[in-house]
Design a protein around this ligand. Sequence first.
Ligand SMILES: Nc1ncnc2c1ncn2[C@@H]1O[C@H](COP(=O)(O)OP(=O)(O)OP(=O)(O)O)[C@@H](O)[C@H]1O
Ligand SMILES: [Mg+2]
Length: 267
Amino acid sequence: MKDMIEQYRVTDEPYYRAVADEVDLFEAAYAAKMPVMLKGPTGCGKTRFVEHMAWKLGKPLVTVACNEDMTASDIVGRFLLDADGTRWQDGPLTFAARHGAICYLDEVVEARQDTTVVIHPLTDNRRVLPLEKKGELLNAHPDFHLVISYNPGYQSLMKDLKQSTKQRFGALDFNYPEHATEVEIVAHESGVTPEDADKLVSIAERARNLKGHGLDEGISTRMLIHAGSLIAGGIAPVAACHMALVRPITDDPDMRDALDAAVGTYF
Ligand SMILES: Nc1ncnc2c1ncn2[C@@H]1O[C@H](COP(=O)(O)OP(=O)(O)OP(=O)(O)O)[C@@H](O)[C@H]1O
Ligand SMILES: [Mg+2]
């Protein structure tokens, strides 16, 4: 088991450019054993931030991508049949709680509500996880920490987190970084020149203004890194932007032409 947890250790520093005081706040929340919720649009650095914090705190990181088919057993654990009969296998949440890892439940609202309530006893001062099928009440390891992410834009009222879940967490708002910071990140991650990174960020800023006016979501930092990587790999900037920035986010011909025109004003 000890060896298994080692696989989850973050050994090399993940590059993370802090945008405000989120690093200090996360460390304080960790010390206070306060679970943390990361809110923000897709591709703005939430996952990278958790990876960086796990590295900084020297804790293993167990990540679970939540989906609507997920059951409580998928995260808590279940009995498996093998040659010698049945054997209990910890799910990722239990594994993290037992061994003192940071557990990151990504897009937690996607999971069914019976799944989200299993985290309740873990995220108040009890810090326990009842493994009902196994008849075990697991006391969380003192190093265990729970982090969840969610994108407030995507939820219908039906699928929001319950207040009783939300109120167990401290929350950090994430968003696209301000211009100069985002230029730095895009240049660093993609290898594109700072001049071209600057143009990419400017294109994204224009597109972000169209959110809610024909676009569901703005061009993310992740997409800018895609475009930058294509450019750094020798693709003409206009073609790179069409492929990495414009085509993925719209199927509407008018919106596509408007975004292509924005690309044309910079490249
Ligand atoms: N502040 C930052 N410092 C360093 N890299 C960043 C930062 N913000 C974004 N990035 C880059 O953007 C990419 C996308 O970020 P990330 O995968 O963390 O997004 P996310 O918010 O988790 O998105 P999703 O909600 O879709 O999972 C990262 O791989 C990283 O290269
Ligand atoms: Mg993510």
